[in-house]
Design a protein around this ligand. Structure first.
Ligand code: GUN
Length: 304
């Protein structure tokens, strides 16, 4: 039987209904949530992501600043820009699009962000808050988006065996931490597998839910899952396709045609996890605005 399609666009729309209401409430208190997105270099895919983030901010009535810097931008120039946004009281969320050019030390840039404005959830303080289950922290958007997709689709997380394929800082690790949290949206039994895992198909076959975030086109096959499993596809991979006008097509980390015949529910690519990632970025920005409040500019941190 064909799996039920989990419609990320429709679920993202539900998130936006809540965010519009919350944004209106904040505006009535004199606070317009503001997001600054910094893009260094001219990677086409990154440029497209940044454009869609900016567009969504505008649609929701958020204040949006898009800063596009040349690939030649130095580490200290970029740090200076981050510092400016840290001090800017009209900005509540700051995101530096990844990956930056090779000469940029990304970890140092992330550490320079005010953690209260780190809507990507990459700063060590926010990583620690996720581990500590401190809800005031920010959780990486894709991980949050996957959890929300499961919750809105009424797929049981509590007590379920969820196998996460991939151990990245952006998706795999935070998602595993999120789903194992001791609260009503967690309580899963989580297994993380990756490129070096032995007996990977055996492990994924024992999962109630498989989340593929391994960054390899159509990696997860029908043989990797048991009949009726739920499959969430985080991958976005370009594969050559001469028949396509663009010369490529987008595929996920899941071999959709065969897996969708065996799964009970599955996310498509595009239209699954992707729209949720942007929705969660907007949600994190509104949360940052709520937490920072109209005081805007945060208190100077030690060393300022
Ligand atoms: N590049 C791909 N995904 C992400 C993300 O979630 N945040 C940032 N900053 N860059 C990305």
């Amino acid at each position: 039987m064909m799996a039920k399609l989990i419609d990320g666009r429709a679920i993202a729309e539900k998130v936006y209904v809540d965010l519009r209401r919350e944004t209106a409430e904040l505006k009535a208190q004199g606070v317009t949530p503001g997001l600054a997105v910094i893009l260094v270099g001219d990677d086409a895919a990154s440029r497209a992501y940044v454009r869609s983030k900016d567009k969504m901010c505008r649609e929701l009535g958020l204040h949006s600043v898009k800063l596009e810097l040349p690939a030649s931008t130095t580490q200290s120039e970029l740090l200076a820009r981050v510092e400016e946004f840290n001090r800017d009281s009209s900005i509540h969320g700051i995101l530096v699009q990844s990956p930056p050019p090779e000469h940029i030390d990304e970890a140092a840039i992330v550490r320079a962000l005010d953690p209260r404005k780190d809507v990507d959830g990459f700063h060590p303080e926010n990583v620690a808050k996720l581990v500590l289950e401190d809800a005031s922290g920010f959780v990486p958007c894709t991980a949050l988006g996957v959890q929300r997709l499961l919750l809105e689709s009424e797929i049981a997380i509590s007590g379920a065996h969820i196998v996460v394929l991939g151990r990245s800082l952006i998706v795999g690790k935070p998602l595993a931490l999120l789903l194992m949290q001791k609260n009503k949206n967690g309580n899963a039994t989580v297994t993380v597998v990756h490129s070096r895992s032995r007996s990977l198909p055996q492990i994924t076959r024992s999962a109630d839910v498989v989340v593929a975030a391994i960054g390899r086109a159509e990696f997860l096959k029908a043989d990797h899952i048991h009949e009726g499993a739920v499959v969430i596809d985080v991958g976005i991979n370009r594969v050559e396709d001469a028949a396509s006008e663009r010369g490529y097509r987008l595929v996920g980390d899941v071999a959709f045609d065969e897996v969708s015949k065996k799964a009970s529910a599955i996310t498509p690519v595009p239209g699954g996890v992707g729209p949720m990632t942007i929705a969660m970025l907007m949600a994190n920005t509104v949360k940052a605005a709520r937490q920072l409040g109209s005081g805007g500019s945060p208190e100077p941190t030690k060393g300022d």
